[in-house]
Design a protein around this ligand. Structure first.
Ligand code: NAD
Length: 442
């Protein structure tokens, strides 16, 4: 655990980073710090400027900027950013910014990451950042010969595609291959030409769409058909991130908990009703990092769920096994179409600060962090479900929301929430009763 003299209190505060030491994300009781202390810690960990700290604290996007992002703007919708602590990934410490409205997710990720630290944290890897652009060609007189023509002329097609984005090519990316599929469909056989584009540090949708649109007329000519749709596929199964971690049975609370988690995983693998919730838990983490870094949450979610169904049965994103020693080993494989450049990642002021906090150097590294967070999130949920039930952990934050809904303000919120949790009755009617009682006593 790192120690530092708290700039605010001038005393040793557990968890603050000593400036001269390698920063650690292992921060004891981060949740007990005041918001200012947390911000100081993050600032010191990530080297944020005062201006960046202010951007984060205020959450101010600016109305003008918002108006340039989408249409018909009438307002902004703020979401809290929590920082998950304790993440050790490939031997490197990360503080992970998560933008999310749901209580307990950030705490759960931090807790699971802490459990993984004792056994070396998360090990990750990823494929090259290849996205697929599809061009649909209908009305081909001879689909098989269209397939042959396109495959034969692939060099020419790739060259033309790459002329659309010299900057990407200069970074080592660009269109790398074309594959062709002859697809039976409701309206007859169609030919689908698929451009495989290495998007480097960009998510790539605009780039890939531009390339697909550019080569579509050539494809129509070579195939003798009509080019219709020209668009990226969100099933990014050539852009995978993987993470793996071992959790000791002692850290988890015993071998029975390990067995419970393996059984919970088996349940998800056997049943789509359970599996949807299993994967939702994974995506709690992945989507929160995706959003905080200004990436496209819908793209990643569509890709993840489609990937889970690739074999015809909806399946879990993670796999959990008991090791020979009785510990728990978890792994995840997930398509991550996320960028560190392009889209709004480099223009949204808060996304820029979040990327700086993460300190990732490439889109692949970002994807691997997301995979690790997804795995951690899943572990935390399964452990809670297998050991004590999910509600216990959820209750205190939920109770605060209910107290606020009942009209509690300031200190009243915590006091009313505490009373409800103590009595195990967390309901709006009870919160209103308690609030009335509290206020009547002055
Ligand atoms: P973009 O076009 O803004 O940026 C990508 C460009 O950045 C590249 O073409 C390249 O020229 C340049 N670049 C500079 N440095 C680079 C580097 N190191 N690596 C890679 N490229 C580099 O954005 P994009 O990533 O092509 O598109 C992302 C956006 O598209 C997202 O906002 C997404 O919401 C949106 N979108 C998504 C879909 C979909 O998912 N179906 C469809 C349409 C649009």
């Amino acid at each position: 655990m790192a120690r530092f003299i708290c700039p605010r209190h001038g005393r040793h505060t557990p968890g603050f980073i000593l400036a001269t030491r390698k920063p650690s994300s292992n921060v004891q009781s981060f949740y007990r710090f005041s918001a200012d202390e947390r911000l100081k810690h993050v600032q010191s960990f990530s080297g944020l400027t005062e201006e960046e700290v202010e951007t984060l604290r205020s959450g101010n996007l600016g109305f003008d900027r918002a108006q340039r992002m989408v249409e018909n703007v009438v307002g902004l919708f703020p979401i809290p950013i929590g920082v998950a602590t304790n993440f050790l990934i490939n031997g490197r410490d990360y503080l992970v910014p998560m933008a999310i409205e749901e209580a307990s997710v950030v705490a759960a990720a931090s807790h699971a990451a802490k459990l993984a630290r004792g056994t070396g944290g998360f090990m990750t890897e990823s494929t090259e950042p290849i996205m697929i652009g599809q061009v649909q060609i209908v009305g081909c007189p001879d689909p098989s010969s269209a397939e042959r023509e396109i495959t034969h002329d692939r060099r020419e097609l790739l060259e033309f595609a790459n002329k659309q984005d010299p900057l990407l090519v200069s970074k080592g990316g660009g269109a790398k291959d074309i594959r062709v599929r002859v697809l039976p469909s409701l309206v007859g056989t169609m030919v689908v030409a698929e451009l495989l584009v290495d998007c480097r540090d960009a998510m790539g949708a605009n780039t890939v769409n531009t390339m697909a649109e550019a080569i579509a007329p050539l494809l129509a000519k070579k195939s003798g058909g009509n080019a219709r749709l020209r668009i990226i596929s969100n099933l990014a199964d050539k852009r995978l991130a993987r993470a793996r971690a071992v959790f000791s049975k002692e850290a988890l609370g015993g071998e029975e908990v390990v067995d419970g988690i393996v059984q919970a995983y088996a349940f998800a693998a056997a049943d789509p009703y359970r599996c949807a919730t299993h994967n939702k838990g994974v995506m709690n983490g992945v989507t929160a990092v995706c959003l905080s870094t200004g990436n496209d949450t819908r793209a990643i979610e569509a890709g993840a769920h489609a990937y889970c169904s690739r074999n015809g049965q909806y399946s879990p994103l993670t796999v959990w096994k008991k090791t020979g020693k009785g510990d728990l080993e978890g792994s995840i494989e997930i398509p991550i179409a996320a960028g560190t450049v392009g889209g709004i990642t480099s223009v949204h002021p808060i996304a820029k600060v979040c990327l700086k906090i993460l300190g990732v150097k490439s889109a692949r590294e970002l994807g691997e962090v997301m995979a690790a967070v997804g795995l951690a999130q899943n572990l935390a949920a399964l452990r809670a479900l297998a050991a004590e039930g999910i509600q216990r952990g959820h209750m205190s934050l939920h109770a605060r929301n209910i107290a606020t809904m009942a009209g509690a303000e300031g200190d009243e919120v915590d006091n009313i929430a505490e009373l409800m949790v103590k009595d195990h009755i967390v309901r709006l009617d009870r919160a209103k009763e308690l609030l009335q009682d509290y206020r009547s006593k002055g």
